[in-house]
Design a protein around this ligand. Structure first.
Ligand SMILES: [Zn+2]
Length: 195
């Protein structure tokens, strides 16, 4: 038996019919209960008649409603950046979700080359504009964009310099980004820490 709350994939065996009744999001197949959807497993042990197993739709299905996502830029090819989303709003997702950020969705102004505004390894906050995987993202809103980046020369975490520049506190290298709610202030402290 799998654990309560674990992620189930379609077709995956969850229990046998002697233990559980198939509930929402599941189906029976030759005495075995399998998941019909991608979602979270819920073993209902307190149902009056019998134990019921239900698979609830996971955040993966409700991506369209997410206000923002947090991900890391994996690579940049041509007009697209490939992003691995590891959190939807405040919730971590088990396996990262693949997403795409197109050059036209980076900022409200015209950008000719992605790599002058985004680099592999950058952590971004972005808004989903589609829900099918790979998800299309936008970083146009003010609170979206790069939230953490390392200096491409020496690897030190950079601090926010102005609207669209980050400075490396170690080698003074300055780089351009579409900046979101950036996580490190000039003094190197995390924004969330109390002064
Ligand atoms: Zn540096």
């Amino acid at each position: 038996m799998r654990k309560q709350g674990e992620l189930a994939l379609p077709g995956e065996e969850l229990a046998v019919i002697e233990e559980f009744m198939p509930g929402d999001g599941t189906y029976e197949d030759e005495g075995k209960i399998r998941s019909a959807i991608t979602g979270k497993i819920f073993y209902d042990m307190l149902n009056r008649k019998s134990n019921v197993i239900v698979v609830k739709k996971s955040p993966l299905i409700n991506l369209r409603k997410a206000k923002y996502m947090i991900g890391v830029v994996d690579s940049i090819t041509g007009e697209n950046a490939r992003v691995s989303v590891y959190a939807v709003e405040e919730k971590n997702v088990g396996d990262s979700i693949s997403a795409i950020l197109h050059v036209s969705q980076i900022a409200n102004k015209r950008i000719s080359s992605i790599s002058s505004y985004l680099k592999p390894g950058d952590i971004i906050r972005a808004k989903p504009i589609t829900s099918r995987i790979p998800i299309s993202l936008t970083t146009k809103p003010n609170d979206c964009g790069v939230i953490l980046a390392k200096c491409s020369i020496c690897g030190t975490l950079m601090t926010r310099e102005d609207e669209e520049h980050l400075r490396c506190p170690y080698c003074n290298n300055i780089e351009t980004r579409k900046i979101g709610l950036y996580a490190v202030k000039k003094n190197g402290r995390k924004t969330s820490q109390k002064e």
